[in-house]
Design a protein around this ligand. Structure first.
Ligand SMILES: Nc1ncnc2c1ncn2[C@@H]1O[C@H](COP(=O)(O)OP(=O)(O)O)[C@@H](O)[C@H]1O
Ligand SMILES: CC(=O)N[C@@H](CCC(=O)OP(=O)(O)O)C(=O)O
Length: 235
């Protein structure tokens, strides 16, 4: 099982090599789940509607109006767009956030947090298909939760006992003084965050990577291309 999280900023950067690599993994019988975000579009749309945009350590403070936008953009705009990109590249893909459905189940903390997944939904999907989900979760009462997509991918990787978690973004990995850090240990990560050398949306990504490492995910990378290792998070 490979979990690939694609950030909103990386949508524009999916190359033919990305789709070729996905096809290679499918041919090798790997199960692939893609978790996509869309933070950039949510922010732009919120600004269009004059809604306040506030993020704390990269996590959006989400009002009910913004929740409405977030749901619509993630499930009805970005996910269908992704699905047709896969179809165009000849890859069978199963978008799961149809009719308000979510694979992820959660509860409210400060923002939504993933607690479990609907495994029955996964079992119904043929192995030769890429599974496509967004980061929305649902409480047992059916309330939708806005979950940061890095955290959603982390929870999914741990809950499915995935071998590999790839956080695909718009930078080649963790950069410090413009230099790519090919390896990042938990201690170094803390130091870089405290020194302000890792900021913004990279902070939840690092936290998600560290939590995955703690919970036994074997290979965790932050990169902008599937065939480049970028930064590996390791002890
Ligand atoms: N040390 C760092 N190395 C690389 N990127 C960083 C660092 N600190 C902050 N960033 C920022 O984090 C961004 C990636 O996070 P984010 O914009 O949330 O992406 P995504 O939409 O892929 O989740 C980069 O574009 C960069 O501006
Ligand atoms: C609670 C929270 O922060 N949710 C995120 C969900 C989308 C996301 O994480 O998208 P990226 O991966 O493109 O940043 C948000 O509203 O932006």
């Amino acid at each position: 099982m490979i979990i690939i999280k694609i950030g909103g900023n990386a949508i524009h950067q999916l190359t033919n090599d990305f789709f070729k690599q996905i096809q290679t993994w499918l041919d090798q019988q790997k199960q692939i789940i893609i978790v996509h975000g869309g933070g950039q579009l949510i922010t732009a749309t919120s600004e269009f509607f004059d809604l306040p945009v506030q993020k704390i350590d990269g996590i959006r403070k989400t009002s009910s109006a913004e929740m409405l936008l977030t749901q619509g953009l993630l499930s009805d705009v970005i996910q269908p767009y992704f699905a047709q990109l896969f179809q165009q590249h000849g890859i069978d893909c199963q978008p799961l956030n149809l009719n308000g459905q979510t694979l992820l189940q959660g509860q409210y903390g400060q923002v939504g947090q993933v607690t479990s997944i609907q495994t029955k939904l996964l079992e119904q999907i043929p192995n030769d298909r890429v599974i496509l989900i967004n980061s929305l979760a649902q409480t047992p009462q059916g309330q939708l939760l806005n979950v940061n997509a890095d955290q959603a991918a982390q929870a999914l990787a741990v809950l499915t006992q995935a071998q590999q978690l790839i956080l695909l973004t718009d930078v080649p990995g963790i950069l410090v003084d413009q230099e790519l850090q090919t390896k990042l240990t938990p201690i170094l990560a803390q130091q870089f965050i405290q020194a302000g050398q890792i900021t913004g949306g990279m902070v939840p990504k690092i936290k998600a990577a560290l939590a995955s490492l703690n919970d036994g995910v074997q290979q965790i990378t932050i990169t902008n291309q599937l065939n480049h290792l970028g930064t590996t998070i390791t002890h």
